[in-house]
Design a protein around this ligand. Structure first.
Ligand code: FAD
Length: 374
């Protein structure tokens, strides 16, 4: 039997950030994941600068053997409508490949890693948790993504929740394909669905192309994805046939999620807690920040006092992300009829002020929220 203070289930950005923050703390931390790394993850793969600062990532070191695409603007439109290009004089985001980024974070987190090991069982044993009959721990951190088994044991039912459903493909372009693709690495493109219930994207990261679409309405997803592929080809943005089948995944947006995030020595972080930003679907930053906040709560309270630990973590989540209510604009949007959203989007999406100040800086880049500091 292995004993530890903290056991983290899931080694994505949430889990590895939590372990990284706990390194050198004197607490024994173990991290397990059902996959072996590097593993891929269905994702557009862009991150915002606070992530770099919060995790103290040295960009020069990172980019030595990995893809790092600085992004200095976005081209946005209502799919098929007039496009607005919004530029900045410095990087406002970076394109990364999840297979590389997640592996990088995991390898430097400092905790023993059990790869290829899924959570099989989680049982209470006195004041500890017994995991897979092998590990005894005081605190369990559930970081297993949307379908996290720890969240499930705390009552989450992913099938009944309102989630974003998304499909994505990332591949390396051949030299010919590269010439037949007009998307610029520094300026990814976002194509909003007319009813504003989702958007498609085309992001070029050096020689890799990532194409996808996410919607809050899973039934219509295949139709919109087919429309996006057709649109990209028709406009010769991607003039070749996109090669393979897309991969699908779903996840919760903050404000739509009602998960039981903390209690009994269990803390949920990242997608397991349902923290992705409600307008953009960006989930990497909230995953990392919640991992850091969980670690901070553990460091402040210790692994023994479970009630104080839950209170401390829940308080810090609320302080950071607000109460579990979607922003007013998306809350209103949920109740407006589709015809009204369609007309509003036609007008708003061609307005350069709206595209820069609201769509990009507020909803996508969260520029008003400084990086977490400890
Ligand atoms: C199509 C799509 C595009 C997206 N694009 C972006 C984007 O461009 N930018 C952005 O910020 N966010 C994006 N997101 C959201 C982002 O991918 C997630 O919010 C983020 O990955 C959450 O990180 P996490 O660590 O919580 O979970 P994950 O990254 O999902 O990691 C969970 C880990 O848990 C492991 N695990 C699962 N079950 C078990 C088990 N039973 N036992 C052990 N381990 C287990 C998994 O193997 C995995 O490694 C996108 C999501 C989708 C679906």
């Amino acid at each position: 039997m292995d004993a530890c203070d903290v056991l983290i289930v899931g080694a994505g950005p949430a889990g590895s950030s939590c372990a990284w923050k706990l390194r050198d703390s004197g607490l024994t931390t173990v991290i397990l994941d059902r996959h072996s790394f590097p593993r891929d993850k269905v994702c557009g793969g862009w991150i915002t600068p606070p992530v770099i600062g919060e995790l103290e990532i040295d960009l020069a070191e990172y980019s030595r053997n990995r893809v790092l695409q600085p992004i200095c603007g976005f081209r946005t439109s209502r799919m098929g409508g007039r496009e607005i290009e919004t530029g900045y004089d410095q990087p406002i985001s970076y394109g990364i490949r999840r297979c590389e980024f997640d592996d990088f974070l995991l390898k430097r987190c400092g905790a023993p890693i059990y790869e290829g090991m899924a959570l099989g069982s989680l049982e209470q044993s006195g004041d500890r948790w017994l995991i897979n009959g092998q590990f005894k721990t005081r605190v369990v951190v559930g970081a297993g993504g949307h379908f996290c088994p720890v969240a499930r044991l705390r009552g989450a039912n992913a099938r009944r929740e309102i989630a974003v459903a998304a499909q994505e493909i990332e591949f390396e372009m051949t030299e010919r394909q590269s010439k037949e693709c007009s998307i610029q690495g520094e300026t990814p493109e976002l194509y909003f669905c007319p009813d504003m219930k989702g958007y498609g994207w085309c992001v070029r990261k050096k020689n890799f192309l990532n194409v996808g679409l996410g919607r809050l309405d899973p039934r219509e997803l295949p139709r919109y994805v087919a429309g996006l592929i057709d649109f990209l080809k028709r406009t010769r943005k991607v003039a070749f046939t996109i090669p393979w089948k897309m991969l699908g995944h779903s996840y919760l947006l903050y404000g739509y999620a009602e998960r039981n995030v903390a209690g009994d020595g269990i803390l949920l972080i990242g997608d397991a807690a349902g923290l992705a930003y409600s307008q953009s679907g960006e989930g990497i930053r909230p995953a990392i920040e919640s991992g850091l906040l969980a670690a901070k709560a553990i460091l402040a309270v210790g692994a023994k006092n479970k009630i104080e630990l839950s209170d401390r973590y829940l308080g810090s989540l609320q302080e950071r992300f607000g109460t579990s209510q979607a922003e007013w604009i998306s809350s209103i949007g949920r109740h407006l009829p589709t015809w009204l959203l369609r007309s509003a989007s036609r007008f708003l999406m061609v307005n350069p002020w709206f595209s820069r100040r609201v769509l990009l800086e507020r909803w996508f880049l969260h520029r008003d929220e400084a990086a977490l500091t400890f």
